[in-house]
Ligand binder design. Structure first.
Ligand code: FDA
Length: 409
């Protein structure tokens, strides 16, 4: 079906941010058309949270977002909060639960969230077109007419007053990710912040992988840290998983957003314990027990053995505790609390959950998400240089920025 010849609002991208924006703008009485090049809308919603969509986080704060301007996200987040989204979920009777750390997931399927957004769009009379390729966008010369953009697509040409770009980031190209949003920004002279894969597993060198081969599939709780761009320490205490490519799990995904190539990350393998004190105590209680046995009780047996082999040249973990001195315990504790790992790289956009960087927020209004130099052109969601931590924060940004633009486009 061809697109209408003109509309009030044209939204490119029927993902999380685009659908939210369409529902809000449509409810204001704007005629809204949403176009997407994919065969289905909301694909990332459907695959999110392991199919259950971690749709928001009860503890959402501006501190949960990375951006060159950490203040930019505050306005939109405060005008459409996690409680507002939750109210919508409850209005639609969608069963949900808190998994941990304020992370809200659907009890059933992520499809519930997509169905809810589509119902909101239908109620707001927004029209959605799939299989629609964007061919060319031109700004119309200023005139009496409120129409400001001409968009050529594979479904025909349409004129619009407001053009909203909600094309997401570069992660998972097989799910329809493209760089169109960045190209449109460049066409209209907006600045781009460098982009890279975020919330992504680390890869290790073949030599490192050989060391950890026997604990692939094992996970332990760690505190993982590295320095951010400004030299401040970022740190997360969560699970780390050994994989056949390297390291993954929530702790690793979180720190990957702060990591720069060539940088080492620091891993505290026993974040809830003072190992030196524990070993001294155990030495008094159980002097004949092997060091590797005691460490195996704290980590898994498998993981303990690997680290005992890795560092054991200095202190041979297969001796009873009564054969170690105070200095030995200090060295051993230091190694387990301050393991320095040098990742070879990351798995990249192929598996990343998000794209860091993007459209520079200095070129956008924090109130309307409209380009300061280009009236009627809005950018929302992941395409903007605002990236959330793992845990429902990226969707909350998509809802909040979609809502902010939807109020004004
Ligand atoms: P989104 O990617 O949702 O939508 C962009 C839309 O634009 C797509 O429909 C795409 O087809 C369309 N598009 C792209 N290029 C186009 C073009 N050239 N022409 C026309 N259309 C185009 N976050 C979270 O908070 N909780 C979670 O549980 C998860 N889980 C998760 C799992 C996985 C595997 C991934 C990859 C990501 C997550 N995320 C997440 C992140 C979350 O999915 C992401 O931040 C939001 O979907 C971003 O919303 P947007 O609307 O900006 O982009």
């Amino acid at each position: 079906m061809p697109l209408p010849q003109q509309t009030d609002v044209l939204i490119i991208g029927a993902g999380a941010a685009g659908l939210m924006c369409a529902a809000i703008a449509g409810r204001r009485g704007r005629h809204v058309v949403v176009v997407d090049h994919a065969n289905k809308v909301g694909k990332k919603i459907l695959m999110s949270g392991g199919g259950r969509c971690n749709f928001t986080n009860l503890h959402t704060l501006p501190d949960n977002f990375l951006s060159a301007n950490p203040h930019f996200c505050k306005s939109a987040l405060s005008r459409f909060t996690q409680w507002d989204f939750l109210a919508l979920v409850q209005k639609h009777g969608i069963p949900y639960h808190e998994k941990k750390l304020g992370q809200l997931f659907c009890d059933n399927k992520a499809q519930d969230i997509l169905t809810m957004l589509l119902a909101e769009c239908a109620e707001a009379k927004a029209d959605i077109y799939t299989h629609c390729q964007i061919e060319k966008i031109t700004a119309l010369p200023a005139s009496e007419s409120p129409l400001r953009y001409r968009v050529h697509t594979s479904l025909g040409e349409t004129l619009c007053e407001s053009l909203v770009v909600a094309t997401g980031g570069l992660s998972i190209p097989t799910m329809g990710a493209t760089g169109l949003g960045y190209e449109v920004a460049t066409q209209f002279n907006l600045t781009l912040k460098p982009r890279s894969a975020g919330l992504v597993p680390f890869t290790l060198s073949p030599a490192q992988l050989a060391v950890f081969a026997s604990c692939v599939g094992n996970a332990i709780e760690v505190r993982i840290s590295c320095k951010d761009d400004k030299g401040n320490e970022a740190s997360f205490t969560e699970n780390m998983l050994f994989t056949h490519r390297g390291l993954s799990g929530p702790a690793v995904l979180q720190i990957s957003s702060y990591w720069k190539p060539g940088q080492a990350v620091q891993v505290n393998l026993l974040p809830h314990l003072d190992l030196e004190e524990h070993l001294r105590h155990q030495q008094q209680q159980r002097p004949k027990v092997l060091l590797s046995t005691v460490i195996g009780e704290l980590l898994t047996k498998n993981i303990a053995q690997i680290f005992c082999d890795l560092w054991g040249e200095q202190w041979n973990g297969n001796r009873p505790l009564n054969q170690y001195g105070v200095k030995d315990f200090q060295i051993i504790a230091n190694q387990f609390h301050y393991w320095q790992v040098l990742p070879a790289g990351t798995e990249g956009y192929r598996t990343a959950e998000v794209t860091l960087g993007g459209i520079d927020t200095k070129d956008l209004s924090s109130k309307t998400l409209e380009a300061k130099n280009q009236p009627g052109l809005h950018f929302i969601g992941e395409v903007v240089d605002v990236t959330g931590h793992l845990g429902g924060f990226n969707f909350q940004w998509a809802w909040a920025s979609g809502h902010a633009a939807g109020e004004y486009c």
